[in-house]
Design a protein around this ligand. Sequence first.
Ligand SMILES: Cc1cc2nc3c(=O)[nH]c(=O)nc-3n(C[C@H](O)[C@H](O)[C@H](O)COP(=O)(O)O)c2cc1C
Length: 276
Amino acid sequence: MLSLNELIQQRFGLPTTVDQTAPNKTLTDMLAHRSCRQYKADPIPEELLQVLLAAAFSAPSKSDLQQACVIRINNRDKQQHIADLSPHTAWIANAPVFMVWCGDSRRIRRLAAWRNHPFANDHLDAFMNAAVDAGIAMQSFIVAAESVGLGCCPVSEIRDHIDALSTALELPQWVFPVAGLCVGRPVEAGRISLRLPLEVTVHTDRYDDSAMIEHVADYDRRREAIEKTKPDQQRFVAQFGVSHDYGWSENRTRQYAVPARTDFGRYIREQGFDLS
Ligand SMILES: Cc1cc2nc3c(=O)[nH]c(=O)nc-3n(C[C@H](O)[C@H](O)[C@H](O)COP(=O)(O)O)c2cc1C
């Protein structure tokens, strides 16, 4: 088993002097996280799933409002239907467990009517709090699942066809999908995905990104030395050509140079949210 120092080094591709006097399984598992998109066919026992779901919903929740929910897709035809919505999501049909994590602002609004109180917080914060709760609960599920050797992958690409997805899940007003989640026993160990150095993501006392570009340029080089992207594997080559210093920043800025999911705001408003 790798030490914490070795795991941190592997995660960032940089030497580290972090003390490793207190290794523990939670830290080791979190540092070794990798998304898994290929699963053995073995079913996951229902008892284990119940424990993982209980752990997920033990996560913190904004104001204890508990505005997350998850829709487990047990019907294989429905899972196939969701997978078929986009060529990008075809692979999710093979996940032994598939679920969709949702923000749920409906529950508290129904409770407000039941308790005979106005719902006086109909603004952007209501959407954001439910989205954050769902994301935290999903991540807690992932940590729990990885701790017992399962592999997971969140799938926001299921939102590419948001109306069809919403119809398939019969989502009522005030409930919206955040991401799908595939779960199963990993076919292979998978690869650690290098993260930006903490100099970029951790600020002290004030926001300061003055050295960000230099750090990212170094990160691009470190990451590319591992990933060795072939010219024909670059993103959107037809549109942007072949880059000779391709790396994470080129890949991700190409991704966001092309509009995607531009209908999501419209969908969220139609679900009843006032985003002002
Ligand atoms: C909210 C969210 C949505 C994601 N959506 C997708 C997706 O649609 N398809 C996919 O293959 N991976 C998806 N991922 C997984 C990321 O691509 C992955 O976390 C990232 O590449 C880093 O790799 P790692 O998780 O192995 O460290 C998603 C992750 C998150 C947190």
